[in-house]
Write a protein that binds this ligand. Structure first.
Ligand code: ZN
Length: 283
């Protein structure tokens, strides 16, 4: 089933007098939403005990949880010590994810730094292959890592690069951030056909099943010459993209992604707007 929710806690959560993650699932449910993404952006700093307690609260409310791995990950890095750290950041995220009772960990694939883009991509694929070997050896096959499309042009993660990464192993899903795609292509996502082109390319590249179950981040994002500048809210009328044409495509293709709002401070409100726009299609 298609699911909607916020990434991180937002202004509405605080305004309702909440502060702790344990209170999130009740808030999500009260707002008519389904899922939540917990960010380990600055590192995985949670004990097993706390994570399991949070996991129980999510299970009790029937709310799903995914995690976002640390931003320090770079599978295209050349330094073996840093590459090992990349693996460990993602494994630590997957461990915490298990304690939470979730199955999806999103990660930013990496950046070429000073090297040529195609060389960096080859390195990244090789590093991903070794990572996934270890992933299966260590018994992580009940979870998925989701490779995210990136908003800054100098980051690895356009649609074709994500297709290559996702094809490395069965347990890698695409995380399509449509705001990022729109930002790195200077506003190319305008109508249904623009979204259709992305979805068709993905289905062609990684197969229907992975696209049906893909992970999605959505927000409007300000962009400039280098792509992404900053996340906006649905109140923006300048940069886009708009969710409505995507909702039509998701329904037409009967896709069932997890869709997380990454709006700047209004995630739960904008997630609800997306959910309502989607279910309008079904009537
Ligand atoms: Zn991300």
């Amino acid at each position: 089933m298609i699911k909607f929710g916020p990434s991180g806690t937002d202004e509405a959560f605080a305004a309702a007098g909440f502060s702790h993650t344990i209170e999130v699932p009740a808030f999500i449910k009260a707002n008519g939403l389904d899922i939540f993404e917990y960010s380990f952006g600055r590192g995985v700093r949670i004990t097993q005990e706390t994570a399991e307690k949070i996991g129980r609260a999510f299970r009790d409310q029937g709310v799903g949880i995914s995690v976002h791995a640390p931003y320090y990950i770079n599978f295209a890095g050349e330094d073996p010590v840093k590459l090992r750290a990349t693996y460990d950041y993602l494994f630590a995220s997957l461990d915490a994810l298990k304690y939470f009772g979730g199955t999806r960990a999103v990660f930013h694939p990496g950046s070429p730094l000073k090297s040529e883009r195609s060389e960096a991509m080859d390195r990244l694929i090789k590093a991903m292959e070794l990572f996934m070997e270890e992933f299966y050896q260590k018994g992580y096959e009940d979870r998925f890592v989701c490779a995210e499309t990136m908003g800054k042009i100098n980051q690895l993660g356009d649609v074709d690069e994500i297709i290559r990464i996702v094809n490395v192993a069965d347990n890698i899903l695409p995380c399509v951030d449509f705001g990022h795609l729109n930002a790195r292509t200077y506003g190319s996502l305008k109508n249904k056909d623009d979204y259709r082109a992305v979805i068709d390319r993905l289905i062609d590249g990684v197969g229907e099943q992975k696209v049906k179950n893909m992970h999605v981040h959505f927000s409007k994002i300000e962009y400039g010459k280098g792509g992404e500048i900053r996340h906006l809210t649905f109140a923006d009328n300048e940069y886009g993209p708009e969710f409505e044409p995507l909702a039509e495509i998701l329904y037409e293709y009967r896709l069932e992604p997890w869709i997380l709002s990454e709006s700047a401070g209004t995630q739960s409100l904008d997630a609800k707007t997306m959910k309502n726009l989607y279910f309008k299609q079904c009537k």
